[in-house]
Design a protein. Structure first.
Length: 326
């Protein structure tokens, strides 16, 4: 006998649920490919200025053009370096979110500056080409080229090579996971850790949570289809998708740097992110997993004052302390 499973969604955190209507007013009800230009021009993607990043002299800001991978076009790296930190610096290599279809190397980077100041980190944020104009492997190749350059120029950037961390959220979290896989498979760069914030990992988009949260919250299954199809075209969901595009496709998660993975309980990516952490443990690796009850996708960015958003941010800081204070 086959039992039907009712797709009753978990409740949103009360504070987040109260904020959600105002947030969704700024987003299209259904994100289709024809809406990508409007999303790129929208108010949620306001571009942070150099003056804002400098923070009254706390940081220097530089834009650097570096070679792409294997003859690809040059890519732009945004380099933000603390001026008030004494002692040995580390490096946070950052890949921005945006579903593979929106954003640039300034998207979300301001949120990294608190870590840069507290832990003495040079922040290097990569400008990768976006889909659908540039499908896979263009975006991950750009990210890897920037990472390789960053590792090769540690002395110039002024950080200790053994303190190189990769981090990103959403699509950037998926690219971060792919960078860890590529670095392992290519024999470097050596990474101290990988921070995957609500990462976008699985192009198949067929988990229980993707069905359970359809039409609810932020970045539901329909939006996810749009993002993955932009990146992969007709190959999306098929048998031949590279793990460097969709890290959930990787069959061997051994030999990876320590991972921090977090996700909301009320979002599309919940089950694929939990499964990824579980498979790292099964492969004998180190992973710290947080599933934030009632969190929708990107809740800590979209509703930063909520108590659960503050808890999520604090958990990332504690992980960085454990990683970097050894």
């Amino acid at each position: 006998m086959t039992l039907s499973v009712e797709l009753t969604p978990p409740p949103f955190d009360p504070e987040l649920g109260a904020a959600l209507p105002a947030i969704t007013e700024m987003l299209p009800a259904v994100l289709s490919a024809d809406l990508i230009p409007a999303m790129r021009a929208g108010s949620l993607m306001a571009r942070v200025t150099d003056d804002e990043l400098r923070g009254d002299g706390k940081f220097t800001v530089e834009q650097r053009q570096v070679p792409g991978l294997d003859g690809d076009p040059d890519i732009s790296l945004l380099i933000v370096k603390p001026t008030t930190v004494a002692g040995t610096l580390g490096c946070l290599y950052y890949t921005h979110g945006g579903g593979m279809i929106i954003g640039d190397n300034r998207t979300g980077v301001a949120d990294m500056l608190g870590w840069a100041e507290e832990f003495g980190l040079v922040v290097v944020s990569v400008e990768y080409r976006l889909a659908p104009e540039t499908p896979h492997p263009g975006p991950i190749n750009d990210c890897y080229a920037g990472l390789a350059w960053t590792a090769e120029h540690a002395a110039e950037l002024g950080y200790e090579p053994g303190r190189l961390i990769v981090a990103g959220g959403s699509a950037g979290g998926g690219l971060t996971a792919a960078l860890a896989l590529m670095s392992r498979d290519n024999g470097g760069p050596a990474l101290a850790g990988q921070m995957l914030i609500c990462p976008m990992l699985d192009d198949r988009n067929d988990t229980f949570s993707s069905r359970q949260m359809a039409g609810r919250g932020i970045w539901d299954a329909a939006a996810n289809d749009t993002g993955w199809t932009a990146l992969l075209g007709a190959a999306r969901g098929g048998p031949d998708v590279s793990p460097y595009a969709a890290p959930a496709r990787e069959t061997d998660l051994s030999g990876l740097p320590p991972a921090f993975i977090d996700v909301g309980s009320a979002e599309t990516f919940r089950d694929e992110d939990v499964a990824y952490a579980n498979r790292i443990w099964q492969a004998g690796g180190r992973a710290e997993l947080h599933v934030w009850p009632g969190g929708f996708h990107g809740f800590d960015v979209l509703a930063p004052q909520a108590a659960i958003s503050q808890e999520a941010k604090a958990a990332r800081v504690r992980w960085l302390h454990r990683l970097l204070d050894l």
